[in-house]
Structure formats: structure tokens, C-alpha cells
Design a protein around this ligand. Structure first.
Ligand SMILES: Cc1cc2nc3c(=O)[nH]c(=O)nc-3n(C[C@H](O)[C@H](O)[C@H](O)COP(=O)(O)O)c2cc1C
Length: 169
């Protein structure tokens, strides 16, 4: 027996997460999505994982390209988070209109003004029901301006600074 879906959802809303954009490119077609199911996996070699819905567009691109960037968003980048989670526009690249996107080692789009952007080769894809765990070996890292991170908590975006302010008031 498994826990009720609604209760599981309710509990996960209490898990505060940093917000990222996972992005990739295949044959010139860029794709990316907002993702919070991302975590560090190992230090040596440096590996990171992301859990991505296999029904989505970006999964198909990563599956073919075997590369991805994981871009850690700053609190002032909520517009990007909204954009990369929104219903896909007609053109794949429309999600990349905002932000300073560059390429480095793997060719995946890198958000140069993210807190940090990790450029990864995807070494393993582990499908499980609706989602796949993508494991990336980190080839390169770009650091953007220092800032507070964008946080997702209880279904809304917030910042660490907001949490501090509420605690101290
Ligand atoms: C705060 C937030 C976190 C999200 N985290 C994930 C995630 O970890 N994995 C995932 O597959 N989708 C996640 N999503 C949903 C995708 O961003 C959204 O469905 C997107 O439109 C999928 O794009 P795609 O079709 O290019 O894959 C999240 C959405 C939001 C707003």
C-alpha cells in the first residue's frame, strides 16, 4: 500500500527547494524546463541528478543529445522560472528569449547570469514510471553574480531573505 497522492503532494510542498533550469540542445533545437527535483550526487567524479518527466519536450531532447546544463536561479530570476515552466510556445527557442545564454563544453545552453551553471554529459538515464533520473557528469561550471537563491516552498517562490525577515519580526 502507498500513501495517498494528496498527502504526498501536501508533504512535498513543505520541502523547500532551490529552483533550476535544466536545458539541452539537439541538432540546433534548444529546450529547457524549470526543475526543483535536482541534487548533488557525488563529488569525485562530480555528478548531479535531475528527475524529469518523460512526457515533456525537454526529456526527449536530453535523451537524444546526452547533455544538459543545470542552472541555479537567483531570487531575481523568477520570470525565467515562470517562463520555463509555462506551456510550451510555438518555437522551442522562445523560452530562451530572456537571459544571457552561452555554450561551453557540451554545447548545452548555459545561463551565464545564473548563480552557477553546471555543464554536464548525461552518463545514465534511469526511467521509472512517469519520470527519469538523469545523471550528469559535470564537465564545466560557470559562476554568475553572487545573489540570494530563488526558493520554491508551499507552491510559491520565495527567498531566503524573506524567510529570515519573517523569523526575526
Ligand atoms: C517550481 C517548479 C518546479 C518544477 N520541477 C520539475 C521537476 O523537477 N521535474 C520536471 O519534470 N518538471 C518540473 N516542473 C514542471 C516543468 O517545469 C513544466 O512541466 C515544463 O513546462 C516542462 O517543459 P518541457 O515540456 O519542455 O519538458 C516544475 C515546475 C515548477 C513551476
Amino acid at each position: 500500500m502507498t500513501a495517498d497522492d494528496a498527502l504526498f503532494r501536501q508533504s512535498m510542498r513543505l520541502l523547500a527547494s532551490g529552483v533550476t533550469i535544466v536545458a539541452s540542445v539537439h541538432e540546433g533545437r534548444r529546450s529547457g524546463l524549470t526543475a526543483t527535483a535536482v541534487c548533488s550526487l557525488a563529488l569525485s567524479p562530480p555528478r548531479i541528478l535531475a528527475s524529469i518527466n518523460m512526457q515533456g519536450h525537454t526529456y526527449g531532447i536530453v535523451e537524444q543529445s546526452r547533455c544538459m546544463s543545470i542552472n541555479l536561479l537567483a531570487e531575481n530570476q523568477q520570470v525565467l522560472a515562470d517562463h520555463f515552466a509555462s506551456k510550451r510556445a510555438a518555437e522551442d527557442s522562445d523560452r530562451f528569449i530572456n537571459g544571457n545564454w552561452i555554450t561551453r563544453a557540451t554545447g548545452a545552453p548555459i545561463l551565464a547570469d545564473a548563480l552557477a551553471a553546471l555543464d554536464c554529459r548525461v552518463t545514465n538515464i534511469i526511467p521509472l514510471d512517469t519520470h527519469a533520473i538523469l545523471i550528469g557528469e559535470v564537465d564545466d561550471i560557470v559562476f554568475g553574480p553572487q545573489a540570494a537563491p530563488l526558493i520554491h516552498f508551499q507552491g510559491a517562490y520565495t527567498s531566503i531573505l524573506a524567510a529570515h525577515t519573517e523569523k526575526s519580526s
